[in-house]
Design a protein around this ligand. Sequence first.
Ligand SMILES: [Zn+2]
Length: 334
Amino acid sequence: MPVLAYIHHLFNADSCHVYIHTLRWKDRPLQCPRCQSQDVDPWGVYHYRPGCKRYWCNGCKRTFNDLTDTLLHQSKRSLAYWILATFLLCLSCSSRRIARELGVHSCTSYRWCWWLRNTALSYETDRQLAGTVEADDLYHTAGHKGQAKGGGKKSLGRRARGRRKKREPGRGHYDKDRPAIIAWVSRQGAVVIQATRDFTVKTVQKAADLAMQAGSRLYTDSASSSRALKGYVHDYVNHTRKEYARGDVHENRAECLFSLLKPYLRVFRGISKCNLPGYVGFFQFLRNFRQQNAFEQVGLILRAALDPTIARKARRGEFVKYLDHFDLLQSAIN
Ligand SMILES: [Zn+2]
């Protein structure tokens, strides 16, 4: 369905609430978010928030509504703001752009973006590829943007180097502010993208075990770390000999994915390396649900955001910890 079929709902507060109400209770039983009792009765609506349904719980003798304990709970902004913010996020806008378009403070949109991104990551934590998989690696410059202690214009204790760090020669490494990004692209459609500290044999082996089922068919380039992989039916093309495809053996899908990932990351004008897994993970979500349009992706994200358990974890940033492979892989090396 085209976006136009959804967007007119945004102009009416009632239809926004109907949309959220449907998303929240569509495939979950109507139950109290506090005591999980299903013995609930309707309890009118709010004067100041038309359309938001209220319920009385006979178990804990308290009221709740469609938004209680969700990611949108106690937000001063109306639902149209939230739906539009999620929509713009799925169109890969930066948080500053969203702040400008919605007319909210940039701190608000930054917070929302992280919560919503983290919520989307709940779909990606257990993803593992099977079948035929292509893999490639990339080093991406990511420094300390926004990581000054206390924020603002405080002294960093070093010379400021501007947003875009000059590239050092040689291979990248987390400590050189150029962590590696490894992409695993299944020919059946799904992708897994991991930000890792480096591209050594041990890191790649560990990353492969997380991304793919054992015994999958794997095609890579001739990088020595890829060639040393164990546990997969492996073949590679030799780029130094100008060999890019040999029959079925190529990794063009992985290269293509990077050509999409790079402009996606450019939008943010420099990324802190501690935030890189979150951005990369959200891009993975967008790629894995690319058959759906932005509003259908909004539906997916908000459906997860309306689950109290997922909302609590998303606010704490717990899903991104599953996808943060910097420390995980380091502990595997030590
Ligand atoms: Zn209750």
